[in-house]
Design a binder for this molecule. Structure first.
Ligand code: FES
Ligand SMILES: [Fe+2]
Length: 398
């Protein structure tokens, strides 16, 4: 099914090229400007979005082996993702059960056990409390009740999703809406983790809008990669998630070839976003690669940071390392000095309050879809969350 989807998306793309038309929504859409800086709205987004929905926090290729772990802070929650001795991914709140110290410092590593820096209590890769320092002095406790707090996690398509709310009953399938199957055609589980960087940016939605926006490419990026880029976009939604591609005249050459011969890598072009905060964009620097960008809210509505993960289909040789490094450097520059510099100025201007709303054109359907569903999600009660995503998946199913 997922492969048939790729073929259908390529045919749709070609149809736009052949007819000289482009995808348009019914109307221009208005988004209230204060939604980009209002503190109460931002708090609600943290609670109703970042704490409730599965977040793509790690890639299989950065923690492939038993004992590999990754510690990180996500929307104020310290998270520890671990691959246990059976190879399964587990996720926990990265907090010691004794008095709440953060267990592992942020970063990746490999450990048989996790030992707290405060009083050396230790936990297994499965989160079980296995060691209490000076237990006779400390006194008796039921160790089985003091393991790490577990978070729900799934690993699919070489991507690890974690839900920050330990009480979550989210239906991963409804949330993913089949998108994980399509993303599976990248084969990320077997890819090579090259490097990561962190870039500071504006409000997370100002930053995220830009990843769904091809309209700006030849303009804002005129001094870097923009001049060769089209400014038109075709959006394909899978529930909350959206693939963004630009009309590709090169697809014409495939149309009279058997579909089975269409190269999968060719069909996977463009930008793949994962709601609410991921963008996957393909590049060729040093061989086939993607920039897997994770946008995280900072400490206030006006701050975010983006972890740019550069992941390559194959481990690079020396020449490819040089090309990949140059490509990665350019992408960091583009995002920091063009996209986010613009976004930071944009949010200062919006905050003056002189404009009530901003606009998303009929050609900016991706941003329209994102803001509409965000509005709905914010008012969806916990006990209706699975229905919400199931309905959304049904409304975009093909
Ligand atoms: S807080 Fe971790 S051992 Fe005391
Ligand atoms: Fe951009």
């Amino acid at each position: 099914m997922a492969h048939a989807d790729l073929i259908a998306m390529a045919r749709e793309n070609h149809a736009y090229v052949a007819s000289g038309t482009i995808q348009q929504t019914d109307d221009v859409c208005r988004v209230p400007a204060h939604l980009y800086f209002d503190r109460a709205r931002w708090d609600l987004e943290m609670k109703q979005v970042f704490r409730r929905v599965p977040l793509a926090l790690a890639l299989t290729c950065e923690m492939r082996n038993p004992g590999d772990y990754k510690a990180m802070d996500v929307a104020g929650v310290p998270v520890l993702i671990s691959r246990d001795s059976t190879g399964s991914v587990r996720a926990f709140v990265n907090m010691c059960s004794h008095r709440g110290a953060v267990l592992m410092p942020a970063g990746n590593g490999n450990a048989k056990r996790f030992t707290c820096p405060y009083h050396a209590w230790s936990y297994g890769q499965d989160g079980a409390l296995i060691g209490v320092y000076a237990p006779k002095d400390f006194g008796d406790i039921d160790r089985s009740a003091y393991g790490l707090t577990e978070l729900r996690a799934v690993e699919r398509a070489g991507i690890i999703w974690v839900v920050l709310d330990p009480r979550s009953t989210i239906d991963f399938d409804a949330f993913l809406a089949g998108y994980d199957e399509v993303l599976g055609h990248f084969g990320f589980a077997d890819w090579h983790f090259f490097e990561r960087r962190t870039v500071k940016g504006p409000n997370w939605k100002i930053a995220y809008d830009g990843y769904m926006d091809l309209y700006h490419l030849p303009i804002l990026h005129k001094n870097t990669f923009g001049p060769q880029m089209p400014n038109q976009a075709i959006y394909t939604a899978y529930g909350a998630h959206q693939r963004v591609s630009s009309p590709d005249p090169g697809l014409a050459a495939l149309m009279d070839q058997p579909e089975s011969s269409w190269p999968t890598a060719r069909l996977m072009g463009g930008v793949w976003t994962i709601f609410p905060h991921i963008s996957i964009a393909s590049f060729e620097g040093g061989g086939r690669s993607v920039m897997f960008s994770q946008l995280f809210p900072g400490d206030s509505p006006e701050e975010s940071y983006t972890v740019q993960n550069y992941v390559m289909e194959h481990a690079p040789d020396a020449a490819q390392i040089e090309a990949a490094t140059a490509q990665f450097k350019l992408l960091e520059y583009v995002v920091e000095s063009e996209d986010y510099a613009t976004g930071l100025a944009q949010q200062r201007a919006l905050k003056t309050g002189v404009r009530e709303h901003v606009l998303f054109g009929r050609n900016e359907g991706g941003g329209q879809h994102f803001h509409r569903l965000l509005d709905e999600l914010l008012v969806t009660p916990d006990d209706q969350l699975n229905d919400f995503f199931a309905r959304l998946a049904a409304s975009t199913s093909r």
